[in-house]
Design a protein around this ligand. Sequence first.
Ligand code: MG
Length: 118
Amino acid sequence: MHFLVVDDSSTMRRIISNTLKKIGYSNITEAEDGKDALSKLDGSINIVITDWNMPNMDGLEFVKQVRSGPYKAVPILMVTTNAAKDDVIQALKAGVNNYVVKPMTPETLEEKVNAILK
Ligand SMILES: [Mg+2]
């Protein structure tokens, strides 16, 4: 299972990657913004975990680009501080499969990842 973890915060990337490793997933590619992520997304990626607020290309635009590109079927989990209902709706409309509000516990992340992979 190959994960693409996208966040402009290296600390957050590390937290997410460490959580994934703890639950048994060690094949992880990291990207620091949507643009970087698009360049790293290929057919080997099984699931994307992305932040929303990032420079260059934010998570929402990234999701829209993915959903109109060659790897449009890849599951996407958005992990963000944007907790407003309208934000969640906007993200779901853009095509995210699930949504986690930061800060989250490792258990919540695990739960959402497992739900997506089911
Ligand atoms: Mg951010």
